[in-house]
Write a protein that binds this ligand. Structure first.
Ligand code: ADP
Ligand code: MG
Length: 734
């Protein structure tokens, strides 16, 4: 901070916790809260510039987006005043240019502005782009001219400095223009008391970082490009270290509870299961299995995430963990995202266990929609410890469910379960159970570290041998509308060869979307206004197609009763249905090896990982799979790029990376993270892997020496603020 800026102050003294009402006055504070939810000085100082403009820089006027708030650096080239005929008054028209185009500014009854808006004046103009008789214009824009700041003599040394000082461009709204924000922020910086530094001094100097105060100053009032660059680097690292410290503390807290160590017995259930297994475990399955059994043998709760492609054999790995727990008399609960999947998990577990182990372990389904008598029986079995594997949905977390000795909780598909739900389950056991989370959504290492930093991560990359592979094609209806008929033709051909297929649609009826799938909603762009392909409309279409005369087609979607859904899945698995026309209820885990075709209608309405999951439903047995991604999205659109990306590779990790690039960061971290008051502002998971890794290492070192952060009160305070955010939903994606 320069002496001059200090002089400026005298307005008041602020800390980061000072209310904006006190610092800026009621009206401005109100506007800021309405626009961004900001309440404190710290909130507003965390409103970093979106970018920096240079005084010499002329933004492309040629490509101004209609109806958007823009900020432009330009020069006045012409000023005209005329009186209006229809109404009394005058209109001032000011043409400005940036060399790429010309834009008209209009002011009504403000002729006096022609005194300052003179040709040659340069400044920064902001407003909402409107259209007047085919020409772009800004009506009553806000502006600030550079002129009065311009140094008198062009040879002056300060000329260069003035010309080079970047102008911060803030995320603005119609009510709050960029420089209004800049002015408010400058006022706060001038009155800001020394701020505590969340990053300890030793870490700062080791990484060449600025002090927090200095970083705030330079990010908002840079004198040169290097200022804001250094400031951003510091602030990014700060975000990373606060997040990593939070996650490591949470992990330590989880591990502070005692759990029962579970050892498989030499000739026990697990050994019998392994002996009877009809296939060899893959190398990755063996390795991950080893990591899990090491965790289980510890007297602290396991918290492990197993990620692996659809069909990579995660269920087998989880089942082996359940058997290890059963060996010591413990029970396991398996949570699936839907009733259909819970029922299917139960069936495949019974099948894999075989009759002997099944009768000993009594795998039991416990879902919300069971008939009362059956539900009561299931509850008893769980409570008495007779059932050592209980499979269910969220209902398992219900208050009435209790276990005799819950040793392990397996959560299939983390994304649907929030941290709170995991917590509730943890409280079910006398001691916290071990927790194993399975996900088929491949998560890049950096995301895993950021989002699931309190979990250990295992990865199964290898697919079991003998998979025949999947061929994927985009069916681009925008360019080739005629290919629609060929899709049904291909589907019919497969069925005629004794195979089965899925057609997945985004909606149930033309106007009824499948019940909220938050992941899908977040991933997909705003869908186009054309009605989405629906289960009902496709059933109708297939019923009318002569080619489908002898083909058994059935619907499956979330509005069917759960026993109906279950019966349909069973019939499909038994080969009594040839084609399922479904919504994403079949997304995860459905395992029918004879299914060879997956048709996704309006594929652009699904997210990358969802499409990848859907595709994983076919090609599971020895049959080659075929995935047809039908889309009417125009080539090159973001929606189409997603579909093309899925067709281009089967590598889930590669897709996860592409997905990160195509998506907004907010979606990766959950809706909360994109909000105005979110605590991750500059850190980008896709880009800042190194920063995250460095910060994690620093956080681990700090915590190893000082687990309570007693000597780092500012970091501890930042972590507490972070945890307050968490309480309102951070990290819980479900
Ligand atoms: P995931 O849960 O990861 O999608 P599953 O555990 O359901 O995968 O396994 C998919 C299919 O592959 C199942 O039919 C399973 O029995 C089979 N499978 C699992 N592991 C192997 C293996 N090592 N070799 C052959 N088949 C396997
Ligand atoms: Mg599975």
């Amino acid at each position: 901070m320069t002496a001059e800026q200090t002089q400026h102050g005298g307005v008041g003294r602020f800390t980061l916790d000072t209310r904006l009402t006190g610092a800026l006055g009621g009206r401005t504070a109100q506007a800021l809260e309405r626009a961004f939810g900001y309440r404190t000085v710290g909130d507003l100082l965390g409103h970093y510039p979106r970018r920096y403009a240079l005084r010499g820089e002329l933004t492309a006027l040629a490509s101004l987006p209609l109806d958007e708030n823009v900020t432009i650096v330009a020069e006045v080239i012409e000023v005209r005043e005329r009186t209006m005929r229809s109404r009394r008054g005058s209109i001032l028209e000011v043409k400005i240019s940036d060399g790429t185009g010309i834009l008209t500014l209009t002011f009504f009854n403000q002729a006096w502005r022609s005194r300052e808006l003179v040709p040659g004046a340069r400044g920064i103009f902001a407003g909402k782009v409107g259209d007047y008789r085919g020409a772009r214009q800004l009506a009553h824009p806000d502006y600030e001219l550079f002129d009065d700041e311009a140094p008198a003599s062009p040879t002056d040394a300060s000329v260069k400095r003035w010309a080079e000082a970047p102008i911060p461009i803030y995320p603005a709204t119609g009510a709050l223009a960029s420089w209004q924000l800049a002015k408010a922020i400058a006022l706060l910086l001038d009155g800001l008391d020394p701020v505590p530094d969340p990053v300890p001094a030793a870490v700062r100097s080791a990484h060449g970082l600025l002090s927090h105060r200095d970083a705030l100053e330079r990010v908002h009032r840079p004198e040169a490009e290097r200022d804001w660059k250094a400031a951003r680097r510091t602030l990014r690292f700060t975000e990373a270290i606060v997040l990593q410290t939070t996650l490591l503390l949470r992990r330590a807290e989880l591990r502070a509870h005692a759990a029962t160590a579970r050892h498989p017995s030499p000739d026990g259930l697990l050994a019998r299961f392994d002996d009877a297994l009809p296939f060899e475990l893959t190398g990755d399955q063996v390795e991950v299995g080893g990591q899990i059994s090491e965790d289980l043998a510890e007297p602290v709760p396991m918290n492990r995430l197993v990620q692996g492609e659809v069909g990579s054999g995660k269920t087998v790995v989880a089942l082996r963990a359940m058997l290890a727990v059963a060996d010591s008399g413990g029970q396991s609960a398996l949570l699936a995202p839907t009733e259909v999947l819970a029922a299917q998990h139960l069936r495949s577990i019974v099948r894999m266990l075989g009759p002997d182990l099944s009768s000993q372990l009594v795998p039991t389904l416990l879902t919300g929609q069971l008939p009362t008598a059956e539900r009561r029986k299931a509850l008893l079995r769980a409570a008495a410890g007779q059932s050592r594997i209980v499979v269910g949905t969220h209902a398992l977390i219900g208050e009435t469910v209790s276990f005799a000795d819950l040793g392990l909780v397996v959560v299939d598909e983390q994304h649907r379960f929030g941290v709170e739900q995991r917590e509730a389950l943890r409280l079910k056991g006398r001691q916290p159970p071990h927790v194993l989370v399975l996900t088929a959504t491949p998560i890049p290492r950096t995301v895993a570290m950021t989002v699931f930093g309190d979990l250990d991560v295992s990865t199964i990359r290898e697919l079991p041998a003998g998979r025949a592979g999947i061929e994927s094609h985009v069916v681009p209806l925008a360019e080739r509308p005629g290919w629609r008929a060929r899709v049904w033709e291909r589907l019919a051909e497969e069925v005629e060869q004794g195979r089965q297929g899925f057609v997945v649609c985004p909606a149930i009826e033309p106007k009824v979307a499948e019940e909220a799938d938050p992941a899908a909603e977040q991933e997909a762009d705003a869908p186009s206004s054309a009605p989405a392909a629906s289960v009902a409309s496709i059933l109708e279409e297939l019923a009318a197609a002569p080619r489908f005369a002898g083909i058994r087609v059935a619907p499956l979607h979330g509005r069917m009763a759960s026993d109906e859904k279950d019966a349909t899945m069973r019939a499909f698995a038994a080969g009594e249905i040839d084609v399922l026309v479904a919504t994403t209820v079949i997304e995860v885990g459905v395992d029918v090896p004879n299914a060879s075709v997956m048709v996704v209608a309006d594929a652009d309405r699904f997210g990358v990982s969802q499409l990848h999951q859907l595709r994983g439903r076919v090609g599971r047995g020895g049959l080659p799979g075929l995935c047809l991604l039908v889309t009417a999205a125009p080539p090159g659109s973001l929606a189409r790029q997603r579909v093309d990306a899925v067709a281009a590779t089967l590598d889930g990790f590669e897709l996860a990376r592409v997905d990160l690039e195509l998506r907004q960061e907010g979606d990766v971290l959950g809706a909360n993270q994109s909000g105005g008051r979110s605590s991750l502002k500059l850190l980008r998971v896709a880009r800042d892997g190194d920063v995250i890794a460095d910060a994690r290492e620093s956080a681990a070192t700090l915590l190893a020496a000082d687990p309570e952060l007693a000597t780092h009160p500012a970091l501890a305070a930042a972590v507490r603020r972070r945890l307050d955010d968490d309480a309102t939903g951070f990290l819980s994606k479900g």
